[in-house]
Each structure stands twice: as C-alpha cells, then as structure tokens.
Design a protein around this ligand. Structure first.
Ligand SMILES: [Zn+2]
Length: 275
C-alpha cells in the first residue's frame, strides 16, 4: 500500500512536469465509485502545484479549485509520453502542448483510491478536517506526548497505524519506527518516557526520509512510482521482513528478528535493541 513516503515520491516526481494543462480529461466508467465529489469539470484547468498532506495528493488548479487524490491500496499516478495501454488506468489527463510527459494516468487495480474535485470553498472545509501531517513542524514532541496522554493504554506499534493520530504511517513504517526508537512494539503509550518520545520523533524522520530518498518502498506486487518503477526502500529496513536485525549486524552482532502479530498485522522487532 502506498504510505506517506510513497505518496511524497509521486509528488516529487510529478512536480517537474508542471504546469500541466488538462486539455482533455478522460474518466473510465469505473471511476464513478471513486470520484466522491465533482464540483466542476477540470477540462482546460491547469495543475499549477502538487503537494502532499498525509496520504493525500493535493493538485492545485488554475484558475481555481483543487483535486484531492487518495491512492487507497494500490493507486499511482504515472506520467508518460503517450497514453498507456493499461487496463487499470481510470483517469487520463492530457496536455498536448508538452513534448514529453503529456499524459498523466491514474492507475489503480484494486480501486480503493478516491478523488474529490473541489471549489476553493469546499476544499478549505475538507483541508481543515485533515489531521496534522507527521512531517509538519507542528507534529513535534509535545504533540506526540499529548496524543499519548490522551490514549495512555494503547500498545505503541498498532497505535502508530491509527490514521487519525499518525496519518501516513503504514505497517512497515510502524515496525521500523519502534526499532529505531529502541521501543518494544507492545509497550503502552502511557509508559513511554519523554526522552523516548524524542526518539520516536527522530525515528519517524529517519524512516520517512530514508524511504523518500529511495523513492518509496515496494513489497511484492505493490506500489509503483510515477515512472512505473519499484521503490528501493527495502534496502533501508532494519527489522521489517528481515531475518536478522540490521542495526545489530552493523555492530557485528547477529540477533534474530522476532515476528509477532499485533492487531492482525505482522510486527517485527529486535530483542536486543528494543526495550
Ligand atoms: Zn538489534
């Protein structure tokens, strides 16, 4: 599933092709279920900027309006020179004036992605309701402490997957954040000390930045970036899907990673690094 680093990667890759004038907008019949709100037809509007908030891509349009795109389980936006012969392509924007990357295609085999095409007014209402992004300066140690204080009885690792509290954190990231922060995945939020909250914040930065640098993390059959390529983020993982803790290996010590199931999701941790 595309998580925050993967959505950030797609944003970074699409940005150089802007401005993109939507001279033609083609929607497949299957997008009816995916387009949740369409205040206007985007034909002849220009995408001037793309930003990310949590796992939302926000396309700013000129002369007005916004497209909000959530990639769901398997969505991606891909740029190409010619229309893609892609059976899971659901939206196609075409800018004929471009010598290259004049086609922007939304591809989503599982079709859990969704869209809103909103006027400025309706966008503002939607944006104000979004939770604070974990990479925002407002998502600081105090903010995390406040969340833990409010929900003190949550095992930390599954709680990191709560999209209202930690928007954009996915399963692999949650295991990696706990590992790099040195915290056992089963620890309760109420028992996490102030210096450990700082370690969680630092670990979040390392995990997000590492994954963005390698253009996202692709597991079997999963996410593709805007060029249709797999991300290389798997190389950065220290415990997730690993037999041995990579942090221990760096110290010349071999420690077997322990796999457990928490809240129905696979959790990986290092018994030596995590207390
Ligand atoms: Zn270790």
């Amino acid at each position: 599933m595309p998580e925050l680093p993967e959505v950030e990667t797609i944003k970074n890759q699409l940005t150089p092709i802007l401005p993109f004038k939507i001279e033609a907008a083609v929607f497949s019949p299957l997008t009816k279920r995916m387009v949740k709100q369409m205040d206007f037809d985007p034909t002849n509007f220009t995408i001037t900027k793309i930003r990310r908030h949590a796992k939302w891509l926000i396309f700013e349009l000129s002369p007005y309006g916004y497209i909000l795109s959530h990639l769901g389980m398997s969505g991606s936006w891909q740029m190409s020179h010619a229309p893609l012969a892609e059976k899971h392509g659901h939206i196609e924007f075409i800018d004929k004036s471009k010598a290259q990357f004049g086609v922007l295609t939304y591809i989503d085999p599982r079709r859990f992605g969704h869209f809103y095409l909103l006027t400025n007014e309706n966008f503002k209402i939607k944006e104000d309701a979004l939770p604070i992004d974990i990479t925002s300066p407002d998502f600081d140690v105090d903010h995390i402490a406040e969340i833990f204080f409010k929900y003190p009885n949550k095992p930390i690792k599954p709680f990191l997957l709560d999209q209202k509290a930690f928007p954009g954190v996915g399963n692999y990231m949650a295991s990696e954040i706990c590992a790099r922060a040195g915290i056992l995945p089963t620890r309760l939020t109420g028992n996490i000390e102030a210096d450990e909250i700082q370690k969680i914040k630092d670990a979040m930065n390392v995990v997000v930045n590492g994954a963005v640098e390698t253009k996202g993390t692709t597991f079997s059959g999963g996410y593709r970036d805007a060029n249709g390529d797999k991300g290389e983020g798997v190389k950065h993982l220290v415990v997730f899907y690993q037999n041995h803790c990579q942090m221990c290996l760096e110290e010349g010590i071999v420690t077997k990673v322990i796999k457990t199931i928490q809240g129905g999701r696979g959790t990986y941790h290092c018994p030596r690094h995590q207390k």
